[in-house]
Design a protein around this ligand. Structure first.
Ligand SMILES: C[S@@+](CC[C@H](N)C(=O)[O-])C[C@H]1O[C@@H](n2cnc3c(N)ncnc32)[C@H](O)[C@@H]1O
Length: 221
């Protein structure tokens, strides 16, 4: 089984189950043109995030790591009319591109983008009494996963769903040697979720257009 097959199956999933989506295609093209790395979630994962927002009945969503806003748009689309996504991004260029993508996708009124180091933005959200969030998606600098999970818990309520992306890393999550900070971040997410009695979670391995990876998903008791 090759990555070529994984990509072809992802294409099959999208062509079989999704309407043609010129807006999201244009978003990805803009990201490419603006020099953003192609590290957004896949279309199938984006749709899963949108479905999770709907399944949870989420009105307040928090995202750590915006990039060009591809996953933000998927989640915003799952929200009710009065719902909102707060998304946090360090890089001002990524944030500028994301804002233009939110305009294009018609979701600007549902998205609040805060620019700066996410740890500072999260502290500011807490002092603004933002939240509780119904769903939090963590997808930024991986070494900070435990810090983001800790903030996600502070900004949560019973029933909040927390998803943390890229925790399998081609299976490197099994490496205990501590040589790769991103792998350490992935392992730290497992330790955090496994070690916090308020969280009930699992992890799903994924293959597809973005290779072999996976995500954790947990609910706050
Ligand atoms: C994997 S990308 C996010 C992809 C996006 N969630 C999507 O699927 O479309 C990670 C993003 O996190 C941002 N980032 C990295 N370190 C950060 C930090 N300390 N605070 C906030 N954002 C950060 C990066 O600039 C990058 O845009």
């Amino acid at each position: 089984m090759s990555s070529k097959t994984w990509k072809a199956v992802d294409d099959y999933i999208v062509s079989s189950l999704f309407e043609a989506d010129p807006v999201l295609e244009a978003v990805l093209a803009t990201n490419r043109d603006q020099g953003l790395p192609a590290i957004d979630v896949s279309a199938a994962q984006g749709k899963l995030l949108s479905l999770l927002v709907r399944i949870r009945g989420a009105k307040n969503v928090l995202e750590v790591g915006t990039l060009g806003g591809y996953s933000t748009i998927w989640m915003a689309r799952g929200l009710p009319a009065d719902g909102k996504v707060v998304t946090l991004e360090l890089d001002p260029h990524h944030a500028r591109v994301a804002r233009s993508n939110f305009e294009r996708a018609g979701v600007s009124d549902k998205v609040e983008l805060r620019v700066g180091p996410a740890l500072q933005s999260l502290a500011a959200l807490a002092s603004d009494n933002a939240g509780p969030f119904d769903l939090t998606f963590i997808d930024a600098d991986k070494p900070n996963n435990p810090n983001y999970l800790s903030w996600a818990m502070k900004l949560a309520r019973s029933g909040t769903v927390i998803v943390c992306d890229n925790v399998i890393r081609d299976g490197a999550v099994l490496d205990k040697d501590g040589r790769d900070a991103n792998v350490e971040g992935a392992r730290a997410a497992f330790s955090f979720i496994g070690g916090d009695k308020r969280l009930d979670g699992t992890a799903i391995q994924t293959v597809g257009a973005k290779g072999y990876d996976g995500f954790t998903i947990a609910i706050v008791e």
